[in-house]
Design a protein around this ligand. Structure first.
Ligand code: 2PG
Ligand code: MG
Length: 433
């Protein structure tokens, strides 16, 4: 009998970094191996993501996941029993067929992704190889360039500022470990500056400093000062990366900046972002326009795409077909890869490969609601994605992932390639002419 046959699947409710319920799955194989994974949860979600199934009702703000857990323990467990965990494509096809909807609405994307990732872990454990190596299947592996949040915002900070993520990328780092040291220095410097300015007020959902700013742009100025205070040359050694998450404050080509009490049209928002790109060392911008604003995304990417990474998150929702469409119409030049937006590992991988085939930047990403699960670190390394976004540099649901990447870098030793600045467009971080 094949040792990697799925014997039992167990779902349970566990709790995420926002104190909300989420789904954990254990997959038991015939040889006694167990694979385990936990579904993360987003706050700023794309309309076309896999559905995060919640129970509704008065308890726990309607956010309980007992229906999704029961789907794992009954229907999914029954359906997967007897399948081979090494055959991820067949397992995921069974999940997709069992669900029967285009967006995992029936079983819940939180149920399917927890199980799909647990199967992956079980297969690697059964083969007695680390997950990243199992994923690489003999292909090249590489530690990713991290993008790390310094200030939170948007839906992760009570909309205190409109822009969601103010992040840094340690462009001159020669290893993942060095990138973390550099980022730690910038984070510390930012904390000191916030304290000096009387603006220290705790942290946002992903561990970045709470954005007590009077304008969105003030955060950019503070970020540059933090990079300098840490002893780095902005743009050369450490550059800025932004997630505008524009779907949160715009639609139908109209954008409402709540903090600044002004409304911009598509061209107005593009002009504001172009102006920032001319005056600040910005290397990467995610979701600069809303998910329904294809014309805006195309216009912005046309203007900056040769120098700046333009990432589709809500816009592409980890969907291979959407990535290919963006390749042909030029709506972006990079794709965020979030497993729970797709709902299975096979679909997540397809989106990543579509991005790589298109010559796009590929950034494996956590969600704002996270746990101790470190699967995404292995995905980014084993798939040779080149970049990893996990949130900030505090709170253990984030640090667990950065620390796991350090372990992978150490285990790989001399064989450890590090993506570094080469994954970005040439000249990224230098102000736009
Ligand atoms: C994003 C993510 C992570 P959320 O928009 O990229 O920062 O946020 O998980 O809330 O969608
Ligand atoms: Mg985003």
């Amino acid at each position: 009998m094949n040792d990697s046959i799925i014997h039992r699947v167990v779902g349970r409710r566990v709790w995420d970094s926002r104190g909300r319920p989420t789904v954990e799955a254990d997959v038991h194989l015939a040889d006694g191996t167990i694979g385990r994974a936990i579904a993360p949860a987003g706050a700023s979600r794309g309309t076309n993501e896999a559905i995060d199934l919640r129970d509704g009702g008065p308890a726990l703000g309607g956010l309980d996941v007992m229906q999704a857990v029961s789907n794992v323990n009954r229907e999914i467990a029954h359906c997967l029993a007897g399948l081979d965990a090494r055959d991820q494509a067949t397992v995921d096809a069974a999940l997709i067929a069992l669900d029967g909807t285009p967006n995992k609405a029936r079983l819940g994307g939180n149920a399917t992704i927890a199980v799909s990732m647990a199967v992956l872990h079980a297969a690697a454990a059964s083969a007695r190889v680390p997950l990243y190596r199992h994923l690489a299947a003999g292909g090249p592996v590489r530690l990713p360039l991290p993008e790390i949040q310094i200030f939170g915002g948007g839906a992760h900070a009570g909309r205190r500022v409109d822009i969601q993520d103010f992040m840094v990328m340690a462009l001159s780092a020669r290893s993942f470990a060095e990138a973390l040291v550099m980022t730690a220095e910038v984070y510390r410097a930012a904390g000191t500056l916030m304290q000096e300015a009387g603006k220290l007020a705790g942290v946002a959902d992903e561990g970045g400093f709470w954005p007590l700013f009077d304008s969105n742009e003030e955060a950019l100025g503070m970020l540059v000062r933090a990079i300098e205070r840490a002893g780095y040359v902005p743009g050369d050694e450490v550059a800025i990366s932004l997630d505008i998450a524009a779907s949160e404050f715009g639609r139908d080509g109209r954008y409402r900046l709540g903090l600044e009490a002004r409304e911009l049209d598509r061209d107005g928002l593009i002009e504001m972002l172009l102006d920032w790109c001319r005056r600040y060392p910005i290397a990467s911008i995610e979701d600069p326009l809303a998910e329904d604003d294809r014309d805006g995304m195309r216009a912005f990417t046309k203007a900056v795409g040769h120098r700046i990474q333009v990432i589709g998150d809500d816009y592409l929702v980890t969907n291979a077909d959407r990535v290919r469409a963006a390749e042909s119409d030029g709506a972006c030049n990079a794709v965020l890869i979030k497993p729970n937006q797709a709902g299975t590992i096979t679909e997540t991988r397809a989106a990543c490969v579509a991005g790589q085939d298109a010559g796009f930047g590929t950034i494996v990403s956590a969600r704002s609601g996270e746990t101790e699960d470190v699967t995404i670190v292995h995905l980014s390394t084993g798939w040779n994605a080149g970049q990893l976004k996990v949130g900030s540099f505090t709170r253990s649901e984030r640090m667990a992932k950065w620390n796991e990447a350090l372990r992978l870098e150490e285990a790989l030793g001399d064989a450890a390639g590090f993506a570094g600045r080469t994954v970005l467009p040439p000249g990224a971080g230098q102000p736009l002419a």
